[in-house]
Ligand binder design. Structure first.
Ligand code: SAH
Length: 454
Protein backbone atom coordinates (compact mmCIF):
# COMPACT_ATOMS: atom_id res chain seq x y z
CA UNK A 1 0.00 0.00 0.00
CA UNK A 2 1.37 3.39 -1.03
CA UNK A 3 2.24 5.88 1.65
CA UNK A 4 3.09 9.54 1.70
CA UNK A 5 6.76 10.23 0.89
CA UNK A 6 7.26 6.84 -0.80
CA UNK A 7 9.59 6.92 -3.78
CA UNK A 8 8.36 4.78 -6.68
CA UNK A 9 9.25 4.13 -10.31
CA UNK A 10 6.36 5.04 -12.57
CA UNK A 11 5.61 5.08 -16.29
CA UNK A 12 3.07 7.68 -17.40
CA UNK A 13 0.36 6.07 -19.53
CA UNK A 14 -2.26 8.80 -19.94
CA UNK A 15 -3.02 12.48 -19.47
CA UNK A 16 -6.19 13.60 -17.71
CA UNK A 17 -8.45 16.43 -18.89
CA UNK A 18 -6.78 18.66 -16.35
CA UNK A 19 -3.56 17.82 -18.18
CA UNK A 20 -2.00 15.84 -15.35
CA UNK A 21 0.01 12.75 -16.29
CA UNK A 22 -1.18 9.49 -14.76
CA UNK A 23 0.43 6.11 -14.28
CA UNK A 24 -0.55 2.91 -12.46
CA UNK A 25 1.24 1.54 -9.44
CA UNK A 26 0.04 -1.74 -7.98
CA UNK A 27 -3.42 -1.11 -9.42
CA UNK A 28 -3.60 2.43 -8.08
CA UNK A 29 -3.74 5.54 -10.30
CA UNK A 30 -0.97 7.98 -9.49
CA UNK A 31 -1.36 11.52 -10.83
CA UNK A 32 1.82 13.45 -11.57
CA UNK A 33 1.49 16.98 -12.99
CA UNK A 34 3.74 18.22 -15.77
CA UNK A 35 4.47 14.79 -17.21
CA UNK A 36 4.05 13.20 -20.63
CA UNK A 37 2.78 9.81 -21.82
CA UNK A 38 5.82 7.53 -21.94
CA UNK A 39 7.86 9.31 -19.25
CA UNK A 40 9.67 6.85 -16.96
CA UNK A 41 10.08 8.62 -13.64
CA UNK A 42 11.06 8.36 -10.07
CA UNK A 43 8.04 9.85 -8.30
CA UNK A 44 7.63 11.01 -4.73
CA UNK A 45 4.15 10.37 -3.36
CA UNK A 46 2.68 13.50 -1.78
CA UNK A 47 -0.89 12.43 -1.03
CA UNK A 48 -2.65 9.08 -0.84
CA UNK A 49 -6.42 8.63 -1.10
CA UNK A 50 -8.55 5.50 -1.25
CA UNK A 51 -8.03 4.48 -4.86
CA UNK A 52 -5.55 7.01 -6.17
CA UNK A 53 -2.55 9.08 -5.17
CA UNK A 54 -0.70 12.22 -6.14
CA UNK A 55 3.01 12.44 -6.78
CA UNK A 56 5.68 14.83 -7.98
CA UNK A 57 8.65 14.12 -10.21
CA UNK A 58 11.75 13.38 -8.15
CA UNK A 59 13.93 12.29 -11.03
CA UNK A 60 13.51 11.68 -14.76
CA UNK A 61 14.65 8.16 -15.64
CA UNK A 62 13.76 8.26 -19.35
CA UNK A 63 11.80 11.08 -20.98
CA UNK A 64 8.87 10.48 -23.32
CA UNK A 65 9.44 11.12 -27.00
CA UNK A 66 6.40 13.47 -26.77
CA UNK A 67 8.41 15.95 -24.72
CA UNK A 68 9.24 19.35 -26.16
CA UNK A 69 11.09 22.36 -24.86
CA UNK A 70 8.89 24.79 -22.90
CA UNK A 71 10.14 28.30 -23.56
CA UNK A 72 7.57 30.13 -21.42
CA UNK A 73 9.26 31.45 -18.27
CA UNK A 74 6.07 31.31 -16.18
CA UNK A 75 4.07 28.39 -17.55
CA UNK A 76 4.49 26.28 -14.40
CA UNK A 77 3.19 29.03 -12.09
CA UNK A 78 0.57 30.49 -14.42
CA UNK A 79 -1.23 27.27 -15.25
CA UNK A 80 -2.89 28.70 -18.37
CA UNK A 81 -0.86 26.46 -20.67
CA UNK A 82 -0.69 23.01 -19.20
CA UNK A 83 0.53 21.25 -22.36
CA UNK A 84 3.64 23.28 -23.15
CA UNK A 85 5.97 20.48 -22.16
CA UNK A 86 4.85 18.22 -25.03
CA UNK A 87 4.95 18.58 -28.81
CA UNK A 88 1.93 20.01 -30.59
CA UNK A 89 1.44 16.73 -32.42
CA UNK A 90 1.21 14.92 -29.05
CA UNK A 91 -1.16 17.61 -27.75
CA UNK A 92 -3.54 17.03 -30.68
CA UNK A 93 -3.42 13.28 -30.19
CA UNK A 94 -4.33 13.66 -26.51
CA UNK A 95 -7.14 16.15 -27.16
CA UNK A 96 -8.68 13.85 -29.74
CA UNK A 97 -8.60 10.99 -27.24
CA UNK A 98 -10.31 13.15 -24.59
CA UNK A 99 -13.21 13.85 -26.95
CA UNK A 100 -13.48 10.21 -28.04
CA UNK A 101 -13.42 9.02 -24.44
CA UNK A 102 -16.01 11.54 -23.20
CA UNK A 103 -18.43 10.46 -25.90
CA UNK A 104 -17.82 6.81 -25.15
CA UNK A 105 -17.85 7.00 -21.36
CA UNK A 106 -20.32 9.83 -20.60
CA UNK A 107 -22.48 9.67 -23.71
CA UNK A 108 -22.35 5.92 -24.33
CA UNK A 109 -21.58 6.89 -27.94
CA UNK A 110 -18.83 4.80 -29.51
CA UNK A 111 -18.04 6.88 -32.56
CA UNK A 112 -14.62 7.12 -34.16
CA UNK A 113 -14.06 10.85 -34.63
CA UNK A 114 -12.73 12.42 -37.79
CA UNK A 115 -9.09 13.45 -37.35
CA UNK A 116 -8.68 16.47 -35.07
CA UNK A 117 -8.30 19.82 -36.84
CA UNK A 118 -5.18 21.51 -35.49
CA UNK A 119 -5.11 25.23 -34.80
CA UNK A 120 -3.60 27.23 -37.68
CA UNK A 121 -1.29 28.91 -35.13
CA UNK A 122 0.08 27.73 -31.80
CA UNK A 123 1.19 31.12 -30.54
CA UNK A 124 -0.16 34.64 -30.81
CA UNK A 125 -3.54 33.20 -31.79
CA UNK A 126 -5.71 34.81 -29.13
CA UNK A 127 -7.57 37.96 -30.11
CA UNK A 128 -8.77 38.70 -26.59
CA UNK A 129 -7.19 38.71 -23.15
CA UNK A 130 -8.38 39.74 -19.70
CA UNK A 131 -5.61 40.51 -17.27
CA UNK A 132 -6.07 41.03 -13.53
CA UNK A 133 -4.38 44.17 -12.16
CA UNK A 134 -3.20 44.10 -8.56
CA UNK A 135 -0.54 45.65 -6.34
CA UNK A 136 2.33 43.32 -5.57
CA UNK A 137 4.02 42.94 -2.17
CA UNK A 138 6.73 45.32 -3.42
CA UNK A 139 4.12 48.02 -4.06
CA UNK A 140 4.36 47.84 -7.86
CA UNK A 141 1.38 47.44 -10.17
CA UNK A 142 1.25 43.85 -11.37
CA UNK A 143 -0.49 42.74 -14.56
CA UNK A 144 -0.64 39.10 -15.60
CA UNK A 145 -2.77 36.06 -14.92
CA UNK A 146 -4.06 34.40 -11.78
CA UNK A 147 -2.18 31.31 -10.62
CA UNK A 148 -4.39 28.17 -10.75
CA UNK A 149 -7.10 28.08 -8.08
CA UNK A 150 -5.79 31.33 -6.60
CA UNK A 151 -6.01 35.08 -6.99
CA UNK A 152 -2.27 35.61 -6.87
CA UNK A 153 -1.17 37.46 -9.99
CA UNK A 154 1.64 35.83 -11.94
CA UNK A 155 3.12 38.79 -13.74
CA UNK A 156 3.35 38.23 -17.47
CA UNK A 157 2.99 41.07 -19.94
CA UNK A 158 4.17 39.13 -22.97
CA UNK A 159 2.14 35.93 -22.90
CA UNK A 160 2.98 33.78 -25.92
CA UNK A 161 -0.70 33.12 -26.70
CA UNK A 162 -1.47 36.80 -27.38
CA UNK A 163 -0.08 39.04 -30.11
CA UNK A 164 3.10 40.73 -28.96
CA UNK A 165 1.67 44.25 -29.13
CA UNK A 166 -0.81 43.35 -26.35
CA UNK A 167 2.26 43.21 -24.09
CA UNK A 168 3.42 46.63 -25.32
CA UNK A 169 0.01 48.11 -24.48
CA UNK A 170 0.04 46.50 -21.03
CA UNK A 171 3.50 47.84 -20.32
CA UNK A 172 2.38 51.30 -21.33
CA UNK A 173 -0.73 51.14 -19.09
CA UNK A 174 1.28 49.74 -16.19
CA UNK A 175 3.58 52.73 -16.46
CA UNK A 176 0.64 55.16 -16.69
CA UNK A 177 -1.05 53.72 -13.60
CA UNK A 178 2.21 54.06 -11.65
CA UNK A 179 2.99 57.56 -12.90
CA UNK A 180 -0.49 58.98 -12.22
CA UNK A 181 -0.85 56.95 -9.03
CA UNK A 182 -4.15 55.44 -10.08
CA UNK A 183 -5.29 52.92 -7.52
CA UNK A 184 -5.67 49.26 -8.37
CA UNK A 185 -8.19 46.83 -6.96
CA UNK A 186 -7.69 45.00 -3.69
CA UNK A 187 -10.04 42.06 -3.26
CA UNK A 188 -9.69 41.86 0.52
CA UNK A 189 -10.82 45.42 1.16
CA UNK A 190 -12.90 45.78 -2.04
CA UNK A 191 -11.13 49.09 -2.58
CA UNK A 192 -9.05 50.45 -5.42
CA UNK A 193 -10.12 51.31 -8.95
CA UNK A 194 -8.61 49.24 -11.77
CA UNK A 195 -9.57 45.54 -11.57
CA UNK A 196 -8.81 44.11 -14.99
CA UNK A 197 -7.54 45.13 -18.39
CA UNK A 198 -9.48 43.73 -21.33
CA UNK A 199 -7.82 43.82 -24.76
CA UNK A 200 -9.45 42.67 -27.98
CA UNK A 201 -8.07 42.78 -31.49
CA UNK A 202 -9.68 42.34 -34.90
CA UNK A 203 -6.98 40.26 -36.53
CA UNK A 204 -8.22 41.00 -40.07
CA UNK A 205 -8.80 44.72 -39.59
CA UNK A 206 -6.11 45.56 -37.03
CA UNK A 207 -8.70 47.43 -34.95
CA UNK A 208 -7.91 47.22 -31.26
CA UNK A 209 -10.03 47.78 -28.16
CA UNK A 210 -8.74 48.64 -24.70
CA UNK A 211 -11.19 48.33 -21.86
CA UNK A 212 -10.41 49.06 -18.21
CA UNK A 213 -12.64 47.20 -15.79
CA UNK A 214 -13.10 49.54 -12.85
CA UNK A 215 -14.53 49.47 -9.36
CA UNK A 216 -15.92 52.99 -9.76
CA UNK A 217 -17.56 55.27 -12.29
CA UNK A 218 -14.67 57.17 -13.87
CA UNK A 219 -10.95 57.17 -14.55
CA UNK A 220 -8.78 59.99 -13.21
CA UNK A 221 -6.73 61.71 -15.94
CA UNK A 222 -8.94 60.05 -18.55
CA UNK A 223 -8.28 62.61 -21.30
CA UNK A 224 -4.50 62.37 -20.87
CA UNK A 225 -4.80 58.59 -20.87
CA UNK A 226 -6.79 58.59 -24.10
CA UNK A 227 -4.61 61.15 -25.84
CA UNK A 228 -1.31 59.50 -25.00
CA UNK A 229 -2.43 55.90 -25.45
CA UNK A 230 -3.88 56.52 -28.92
CA UNK A 231 -0.77 58.46 -29.91
CA UNK A 232 1.41 55.53 -28.84
CA UNK A 233 -0.87 52.87 -30.44
CA UNK A 234 -2.74 54.24 -33.46
CA UNK A 235 -4.45 50.87 -34.03
CA UNK A 236 -6.60 51.52 -30.94
CA UNK A 237 -10.06 52.56 -32.16
CA UNK A 238 -12.00 52.03 -28.94
CA UNK A 239 -11.17 52.83 -25.31
CA UNK A 240 -13.81 52.00 -22.74
CA UNK A 241 -14.46 51.69 -19.06
CA UNK A 242 -16.38 48.67 -17.94
CA UNK A 243 -18.11 49.48 -14.67
CA UNK A 244 -17.91 46.63 -12.19
CA UNK A 245 -18.40 47.72 -8.57
CA UNK A 246 -19.64 44.28 -7.45
CA UNK A 247 -17.91 41.96 -4.99
CA UNK A 248 -17.57 39.17 -7.51
CA UNK A 249 -15.16 36.99 -9.46
CA UNK A 250 -17.06 37.78 -12.64
CA UNK A 251 -14.69 39.95 -14.65
CA UNK A 252 -17.02 42.26 -16.58
CA UNK A 253 -19.88 44.37 -15.26
CA UNK A 254 -23.01 45.03 -17.31
CA UNK A 255 -22.25 48.65 -18.24
CA UNK A 256 -19.62 50.07 -20.58
CA UNK A 257 -18.67 53.75 -21.00
CA UNK A 258 -16.88 54.82 -24.16
CA UNK A 259 -13.90 57.09 -23.42
CA UNK A 260 -12.68 57.22 -26.98
CA UNK A 261 -13.72 56.06 -30.46
CA UNK A 262 -16.31 53.42 -31.24
CA UNK A 263 -18.22 51.18 -28.80
CA UNK A 264 -17.12 48.19 -30.90
CA UNK A 265 -14.24 46.94 -33.02
CA UNK A 266 -14.59 45.18 -36.36
CA UNK A 267 -13.20 41.91 -37.54
CA UNK A 268 -13.85 39.73 -40.56
CA UNK A 269 -14.81 36.11 -40.07
CA UNK A 270 -15.83 33.72 -42.87
CA UNK A 271 -16.14 36.76 -45.15
CA UNK A 272 -18.59 38.51 -42.78
CA UNK A 273 -17.67 41.88 -41.30
CA UNK A 274 -18.51 41.85 -37.61
CA UNK A 275 -18.80 44.58 -35.00
CA UNK A 276 -18.02 43.36 -31.50
CA UNK A 277 -18.71 44.96 -28.11
CA UNK A 278 -16.62 44.06 -25.08
CA UNK A 279 -19.64 42.17 -23.70
CA UNK A 280 -20.18 40.06 -26.82
CA UNK A 281 -18.71 36.61 -27.03
CA UNK A 282 -16.30 36.12 -29.92
CA UNK A 283 -14.15 33.06 -30.55
CA UNK A 284 -10.64 33.92 -29.36
CA UNK A 285 -8.91 32.09 -32.21
CA UNK A 286 -10.21 33.72 -35.40
CA UNK A 287 -8.63 31.45 -37.99
CA UNK A 288 -9.45 28.41 -35.83
CA UNK A 289 -13.07 29.62 -35.74
CA UNK A 290 -13.19 29.73 -39.54
CA UNK A 291 -12.23 26.06 -39.59
CA UNK A 292 -14.72 25.26 -36.84
CA UNK A 293 -17.62 26.97 -38.59
CA UNK A 294 -16.59 25.36 -41.88
CA UNK A 295 -16.88 21.93 -40.28
CA UNK A 296 -20.21 22.85 -38.67
CA UNK A 297 -21.54 23.99 -42.08
CA UNK A 298 -20.39 20.77 -43.69
CA UNK A 299 -22.00 18.68 -40.93
CA UNK A 300 -25.21 20.71 -41.31
CA UNK A 301 -25.40 19.71 -44.99
CA UNK A 302 -26.96 23.01 -46.07
CA UNK A 303 -29.22 22.89 -49.12
CA UNK A 304 -30.25 26.51 -49.66
CA UNK A 305 -33.80 25.70 -48.50
CA UNK A 306 -33.03 25.27 -44.82
CA UNK A 307 -34.53 26.94 -41.79
CA UNK A 308 -31.62 27.20 -39.38
CA UNK A 309 -32.12 27.82 -35.66
CA UNK A 310 -28.85 29.06 -34.13
CA UNK A 311 -29.17 28.74 -30.35
CA UNK A 312 -26.55 30.50 -28.15
CA UNK A 313 -25.65 32.64 -31.16
CA UNK A 314 -23.49 35.37 -29.57
CA UNK A 315 -22.94 38.19 -32.09
CA UNK A 316 -24.58 36.03 -34.77
CA UNK A 317 -21.31 34.73 -36.18
CA UNK A 318 -22.28 31.16 -37.07
CA UNK A 319 -25.74 31.85 -38.50
CA UNK A 320 -24.51 34.84 -40.49
CA UNK A 321 -21.64 32.84 -41.93
CA UNK A 322 -24.20 30.30 -43.21
CA UNK A 323 -26.97 32.74 -44.20
CA UNK A 324 -26.19 32.68 -47.92
CA UNK A 325 -26.64 28.90 -47.97
CA UNK A 326 -30.01 28.71 -46.19
CA UNK A 327 -33.51 30.11 -46.53
CA UNK A 328 -33.75 31.59 -43.05
CA UNK A 329 -31.67 32.00 -39.89
CA UNK A 330 -33.13 32.55 -36.43
CA UNK A 331 -30.55 33.30 -33.73
CA UNK A 332 -31.15 33.26 -29.97
CA UNK A 333 -28.77 34.78 -27.42
CA UNK A 334 -29.15 35.99 -23.85
CA UNK A 335 -26.65 38.89 -23.80
CA UNK A 336 -28.33 42.01 -25.13
CA UNK A 337 -25.16 43.70 -26.40
CA UNK A 338 -24.37 40.58 -28.45
CA UNK A 339 -27.88 40.49 -29.96
CA UNK A 340 -27.54 44.17 -30.84
CA UNK A 341 -24.23 43.37 -32.58
CA UNK A 342 -25.85 40.41 -34.38
CA UNK A 343 -28.67 42.57 -35.78
CA UNK A 344 -26.27 45.27 -36.91
CA UNK A 345 -23.93 42.69 -38.36
CA UNK A 346 -26.76 41.23 -40.46
CA UNK A 347 -27.71 44.68 -41.70
CA UNK A 348 -24.17 45.81 -42.43
CA UNK A 349 -23.53 42.70 -44.51
CA UNK A 350 -26.80 43.06 -46.40
CA UNK A 351 -28.17 39.82 -44.93
CA UNK A 352 -31.95 39.93 -45.00
CA UNK A 353 -32.87 36.37 -44.10
CA UNK A 354 -31.65 36.45 -40.48
CA UNK A 355 -33.45 37.53 -37.32
CA UNK A 356 -32.23 37.51 -33.74
CA UNK A 357 -34.01 37.16 -30.42
CA UNK A 358 -32.63 38.24 -27.07
CA UNK A 359 -33.82 35.47 -24.81
CA UNK A 360 -32.85 32.46 -22.78
CA UNK A 361 -32.27 29.56 -25.20
CA UNK A 362 -34.63 27.28 -23.28
CA UNK A 363 -37.52 29.76 -23.11
CA UNK A 364 -37.09 30.82 -26.72
CA UNK A 365 -36.84 27.25 -28.01
CA UNK A 366 -40.03 26.30 -26.16
CA UNK A 367 -41.89 29.36 -27.46
CA UNK A 368 -40.69 28.85 -31.02
CA UNK A 369 -41.67 25.15 -30.88
CA UNK A 370 -45.12 26.09 -29.54
CA UNK A 371 -45.52 28.67 -32.29
CA UNK A 372 -44.94 25.88 -34.78
CA UNK A 373 -41.41 26.73 -35.91
CA UNK A 374 -40.01 23.63 -37.55
CA UNK A 375 -36.35 24.30 -38.37
CA UNK A 376 -34.74 21.47 -40.30
CA UNK A 377 -31.36 22.31 -38.78
CA UNK A 378 -30.60 23.37 -35.21
CA UNK A 379 -27.17 24.65 -34.31
CA UNK A 380 -26.19 24.56 -30.65
CA UNK A 381 -23.13 26.32 -29.25
CA UNK A 382 -23.73 26.47 -25.50
CA UNK A 383 -21.36 27.66 -22.76
CA UNK A 384 -19.26 25.12 -20.82
CA UNK A 385 -22.15 23.89 -18.68
CA UNK A 386 -23.97 22.65 -21.79
CA UNK A 387 -27.63 22.88 -22.78
CA UNK A 388 -30.58 23.17 -20.46
CA UNK A 389 -32.75 20.05 -20.47
CA UNK A 390 -35.62 22.27 -21.67
CA UNK A 391 -33.64 23.20 -24.80
CA UNK A 392 -33.13 19.55 -25.65
CA UNK A 393 -36.81 18.81 -24.98
CA UNK A 394 -37.90 21.66 -27.28
CA UNK A 395 -35.60 20.31 -30.00
CA UNK A 396 -37.34 16.97 -29.65
CA UNK A 397 -40.62 18.78 -30.29
CA UNK A 398 -39.33 20.69 -33.31
CA UNK A 399 -37.83 17.47 -34.72
CA UNK A 400 -35.19 18.97 -37.01
CA UNK A 401 -33.44 16.60 -39.45
CA UNK A 402 -30.03 17.51 -38.10
CA UNK A 403 -28.62 19.03 -34.92
CA UNK A 404 -25.06 20.30 -35.03
CA UNK A 405 -23.60 20.90 -31.59
CA UNK A 406 -20.42 22.88 -31.07
CA UNK A 407 -19.01 22.88 -27.58
CA UNK A 408 -15.91 23.92 -25.67
CA UNK A 409 -16.64 21.17 -23.15
CA UNK A 410 -16.75 17.67 -24.61
CA UNK A 411 -18.03 16.21 -21.32
CA UNK A 412 -21.27 18.21 -21.33
CA UNK A 413 -21.51 17.84 -25.13
CA UNK A 414 -21.40 14.05 -24.70
CA UNK A 415 -24.06 14.23 -21.97
CA UNK A 416 -26.35 16.38 -24.14
CA UNK A 417 -25.74 14.24 -27.23
CA UNK A 418 -26.83 11.20 -25.21
CA UNK A 419 -30.09 12.95 -24.27
CA UNK A 420 -30.76 13.73 -27.95
CA UNK A 421 -30.00 10.09 -28.78
CA UNK A 422 -32.75 9.00 -26.39
CA UNK A 423 -35.08 11.37 -28.23
CA UNK A 424 -34.61 9.78 -31.64
CA UNK A 425 -31.26 11.06 -32.85
CA UNK A 426 -28.06 9.31 -33.71
CA UNK A 427 -24.57 10.79 -33.46
CA UNK A 428 -23.15 10.34 -36.93
CA UNK A 429 -20.08 12.56 -37.11
CA UNK A 430 -17.73 13.80 -34.45
CA UNK A 431 -14.64 15.95 -34.70
CA UNK A 432 -12.33 17.79 -32.31
CA UNK A 433 -11.05 21.21 -33.36
CA UNK A 434 -8.14 22.69 -31.49
CA UNK A 435 -8.77 26.37 -30.87
CA UNK A 436 -6.77 26.69 -27.67
CA UNK A 437 -3.30 25.34 -28.40
CA UNK A 438 -1.03 24.70 -25.43
CA UNK A 439 -3.95 24.79 -22.98
CA UNK A 440 -6.12 21.89 -21.83
CA UNK A 441 -9.13 23.12 -23.84
CA UNK A 442 -10.51 21.81 -27.10
CA UNK A 443 -13.66 22.38 -29.16
CA UNK A 444 -15.95 19.56 -30.23
CA UNK A 445 -18.38 19.41 -33.14
CA UNK A 446 -20.92 16.63 -33.33
CA UNK A 447 -23.62 15.93 -35.89
CA UNK A 448 -26.83 14.36 -34.62
CA UNK A 449 -29.14 13.04 -37.34
CA UNK A 450 -32.78 12.15 -36.79
CA UNK A 451 -33.39 8.46 -37.12
CA UNK A 452 -36.21 7.76 -39.56
CA UNK A 453 -39.41 6.47 -37.99
CA UNK A 454 -38.63 7.69 -34.46
N1 SAH B 1 -22.18 30.92 -31.24
C1 SAH B 1 -21.46 32.06 -30.77
C2 SAH B 1 -21.35 32.16 -29.25
C3 SAH B 1 -21.01 30.90 -28.51
S1 SAH B 1 -20.58 31.10 -26.81
C4 SAH B 1 -20.08 32.11 -31.42
O1 SAH B 1 -19.60 31.09 -31.91
O2 SAH B 1 -19.47 33.17 -31.44
C5 SAH B 1 -22.05 30.79 -25.97
C6 SAH B 1 -23.03 31.93 -26.00
O3 SAH B 1 -24.19 31.51 -25.25
C7 SAH B 1 -22.56 33.22 -25.35
O4 SAH B 1 -22.72 34.27 -26.24
C8 SAH B 1 -23.48 33.38 -24.12
O5 SAH B 1 -23.78 34.72 -23.83
C9 SAH B 1 -24.71 32.63 -24.57
N2 SAH B 1 -25.59 32.10 -23.51
C10 SAH B 1 -25.24 31.63 -22.30
N3 SAH B 1 -26.32 31.17 -21.65
C11 SAH B 1 -27.38 31.33 -22.48
C12 SAH B 1 -28.77 31.04 -22.37
N4 SAH B 1 -29.28 30.47 -21.28
N5 SAH B 1 -29.56 31.33 -23.41
C13 SAH B 1 -29.06 31.90 -24.53
N6 SAH B 1 -27.76 32.21 -24.68
C14 SAH B 1 -26.92 31.93 -23.67
Amino acid sequence: MLQKNDLISLTITDITNEASGVGRYEGMAVFVPGTAVGDCLEVRIVKVLKSYAYGIVERMLAPSSDRAEDRCPVSRQCGGCSLRHISYEAECRIKESWVTEHFRRIGGIALTPLPIQPSPAQSGYRNKAQYPVRRGADGRVQIGFFAPRSHRVIENLFCDLQPRFFGEILKWIQHFLEEYQISVYDEDTHRGLVRHLFLRWGEKTGETMVCLVVNGQSLPHASTFVQQLTAAFPQIVSIQLNINPAKTNVILGAECQVLYGKPTISDILCGIRLELSPLSFYQVNRSGAEKLYGIAAEFAGLTGQDVLLDLYCGAGTIGLSMASQVKEVIGVEIVEAAVQNAKENAQRNGIQNARFLCDDAAGAAQTLAREGLRPNIVLLDPPRKGCDAAVLAAIGQMAPDRVVMISCNSATAARDAAILCQGGYEATRLQAVDMFSRTAHVETVVLMSRVEGK
